[in-house]
Design a binder for this molecule. Structure first.
Ligand code: PAF
Length: 280
């Protein structure tokens, strides 16, 4: 069985016993094959892997799914064990925020108010605050984050750079179902019809990538992606083309196509790497 710490004290004792390179994989639980890939990537680079399982109230808005977010600790521990994790930190809320919700939170800067931040004000303040706290508590040399949450990955990288946090941030490619749906803990909210509709997101990204491969420019990439989206089945929030650091308007070279859309009552996000041909 994998070692489980529920309190800071238990975590500190278990962490002190770990020697060599330590990697952390931060999660909110409801672990799926995407998380397992993160854990295995961490396992390959580090002597020890710590997994944190914590549904962070700070990153949920008042009308979001904090209460109904899936909590599946027993099966999560089984995934951690299978993927070779050494230690799981699964604290209650009061252990992470002993003084209640913190009045000091990390400011993600202008990017934190764009894309996901536009629909979810305060989201990245909550994410970066808990990520920094978990980095302080677990003291890893490496931390692994999925590219599925691309904006989160970029902001965590910026935070670590700007605040001199001594941890290398490693991005891991998105894991997909065979039909293209990006794995997400929120997929379990989808009905069979909604799951079919959700395929529209990855189809839009594929259409955009295919247009780029044909040598078409950014405008044509976006048009192709919009055309592939089933607008009667999903409600689009954003579909944007940025550079790899999420700055607007790449005209050539490596870029990122990002999408967010509502499928019924579930908001899904996805993204893909795009290579734009040089302008002639
Ligand atoms: O990506 C997530 O699951 C969460 O945002 C994270 C990084 C665990 C912080 O709560």
């Amino acid at each position: 069985m994998v070692d489980v710490a529920h309190t800071r004290k238990e975590l500190a004792a278990a962490r002190n016993a770990l020697t060599g390179t330590v990697a952390v994989v931060m999660t909110m639980g409801a672990l799926h094959a995407g998380h397992e890939t993160l854990l295995r990537a961490a396992r390959e680079r580090a002597d020890h892997v710590i997994v944190t399982i914590f549904v962070n109230p700070l990153q949920f808005g008042p009308n979001e799914d904090f209460d109904r977010y899936p909590r599946t600790l027993d099966s999560d521990l089984e995934v951690c064990r299978r993927a070779g994790a050494d230690l799981v930190f699964a604290p209650p809320v009061a252990e992470v925020y002993p003084g209640g919700q913190p009045s000091v939170r990390l400011d993600p800067g202008p990017l934190g108010a764009d894309l996901e931040g536009l629909s979810r004000p305060g989201f990245f303040h909550g994410v970066l605050t808990v990520v920094l706290k978990l980095l302080q508590l677990t003291r890893p040399g490496l931390a692994f984050f999925g590219e599925k949450d691309y904006q989160q990955l970029i902001l965590v990288r910026r935070m670590v750079r700007d605040l001199d946090v001594p941890t290398e941030i490693v991005g891991v490619p998105t894991v997909r179902e065979p039909d293209g749906l990006a794995l997400s803990s929120r997929n379990r909210y989808l009905s069979a019809d909604e799951r079919r509709a959700a395929l529209s997101l990855s189809a839009a990204l594929r259409a955009g990538a295919a247009a780029a491969e044909r040598g078409e420019d950014g405008g044509a990439v976006l048009t192709a992606a919009h055309l592939a989206l089933d607008a009667s089945a999903v409600r689009l929030d954003y579909l944007v083309l940025t550079d790899v650091d999420l700055e607007p308007g790449p005209v050539a070279g490596p870029a990122r196509l990002l999408i967010a859309a509502w499928v019924g009552a579930t908001r899904l996000i996805d993204n893909a790497a795009i290579d734009l041909a040089p302008r002639s």
